[in-house]
Write a protein that binds this ligand. Structure first.
Ligand SMILES: Cc1ncc(COP(=O)(O)O)c(C=O)c1O
Length: 411
């Protein structure tokens, strides 16, 4: 007998109707061009491998081969293999941060680390405060965790600095954590020690944790070292990082959470993270055993990698800073920059659709990141000659439009 048509609600949670979302005009145009076989310059993916940055193959091969015997007999550790955690702890020690291996939990990447932290800190209806502009990953993770996102503002006219007063005004008795991303995606802002001190004081006053996303920590321009939330007096800090950006190895799916702060809070956080991690034992054991050799082989690669990213940034800043109808806060770190449209008022998404159709360049409109004003967001990390061509095309595209130079109001 045939089944009767049943309403989908009988089968699924509301999540099933929340994904996938409808494609916007920009991506409909992009897909149509791709279907026609048009070559596009993707200034958004942030996949550094396609920008020609690839971890040295001999180091990777040796690290994996040497890790195989250790991984042959399965002896999992719910925090992650101690040798991997020791190597990560050593990495931080060299950068001036004491993060013992017992306070590090491995994860399959920073996105999953966020999920662990959100689940650990917040229950249904609680709030986590994220920066705005910000990138859309948080909406999805918050939806999966059934928690609410609030936001604090990064102010463009102050070089995308955190507005501390506004941040504090957004905290309620349901707030459980503040997310800090430094270097920040997509503004390129790096929070100063003084700013982090201010955030730590707010966290202390309100009894909330800090989640510090440092995936771009190796790419800071013009500073000797990155100021870190874990070096403040905040009561509880989760430091997130991994090999995805740091070593240009996103496919290895190796991330971690470093927990620091008041000992009793750290102990409690670690107990729960251990249980969560033990439920899935999620990181490939070969990759875990390869961590010491990968980090050991990284320094000379990182010198070249940082130099290339800095060269790309220089090229983008010099091309875009004086371009007609455009302005740019030079990024202090990371791979991305929002370029402000200072020309006559126009529809932001249409601007990006025009850029795609006329120049075959894919960038994102600022509204994807809840950015006030009219912007396009782009990565500046690419092959230098392709980046130079894209920048020339962008500058010509912007220069050909009408100009009125109006700075719209920020909230
Ligand atoms: C700021 C930031 N955090 C986290 C991630 C995700 O990192 P992972 O690849 O380790 O999940 C990204 C990816 O682009 C990112 O830009």
């Amino acid at each position: 007998m045939p089944f009767k048509q049943a309403p989908s609600l009988m089968f699924f949670s509301p999540l099933a109707d929340a994904f996938p979302r409808a494609l916007n005009r920009l991506y409909r145009t992009c897909n149509a061009l791709k279907q026609d076989g048009e070559p596009l310059i993707d200034l958004i993916s942030g996949n550094v491998n396609s920008a020609g940055i690839v971890f040295p193959e001999p180091v990777l091969r040796d690290a994996i081969l040497e890790a195989l015997p250790a991984a042959k007999i399965y002896r999992p550790d719910s925090f992650g293999q101690p040798t991997a955690r020791q190597a990560i702890s050593d990495y931080y020690r060299q950068a001036g941060l004491a993060l013992p291996p017992e306070q590090i939990v491995l994860s399959p990447g920073t996105s999953l680390s966020y999920l662990y932290c959100f689940k650990l800190l917040a229950e249904s209806g609680d709030e986590i405060v994220c920066p705005r502009p910000s990138y859309p990953l948080f909406d999805t993770i918050a939806q999966l965790c059934n928690i609410r996102l609030a936001s604090y503002l990064l102010r463009e006219h102050r070089n995308w600095e955190i507005d501390l007063d506004y941040l504090e005004s957004q905290l309620t008795n349901r707030t459980r954590a503040i997310v800090l991303i430094s270097p920040h995606n997509p503004t390129g802002a790096v929070a100063s020690e003084c700013q982090l001190q201010g955030v730590a004081e707010i966290a202390t006053r309100h009894g909330v944790a800090l989640i510090a996303d440092e995936v771009f920590s190796e790419f800071v321009f013009g500073l000797d070292r990155l100021p870190r939330p874990a070096q403040t007096q905040a009561p509880l800090v989760f430091t997130l990082n991994g090999f995805s950006k740091m070593l240009a190895l996103p496919g290895l799916k190796l991330g971690w959470i470093g927990v620091s702060g008041e000992p009793a809070l750290v102990r409690k956080a670690l107990r729960t993270l251990e249980m969560m991690s033990d439920t899935f034992l999620p990181v490939n054991e070969v990759v875990q055993f390869a961590v010491p050799a990968l980090l050991g082989g990284a320094p000379s690669f990182l010198i070249r990698y940082r130099r290339k990213v800095a060269e790309c940034r220089e090229l983008a800043v010099s091309a875009l800073s004086h371009a007609r109808n455009l302005s740019l806060v030079p990024p202090a770190g990371g791979f991305y920059a929002p370029v402000r449209w200072t020309g006559s008022d126009l529809d932001e998404e249409q601007l990006l659709v025009d850029l795609l159709q006329e120049c075959r360049i894919l960038a994102h409109p600022g509204y994807f990141y809840e950015m006030p004003g009219t912007h396009f967001v782009m990565t500046f990390v690419d092959e230098l000659d392709r980046l130079a061509r894209a920048l020339d095309a962008l500058v010509a595209f912007a220069g050909a439009r009408e100009s009125t130079a109006a700075l719209s109001q920020e909230p």
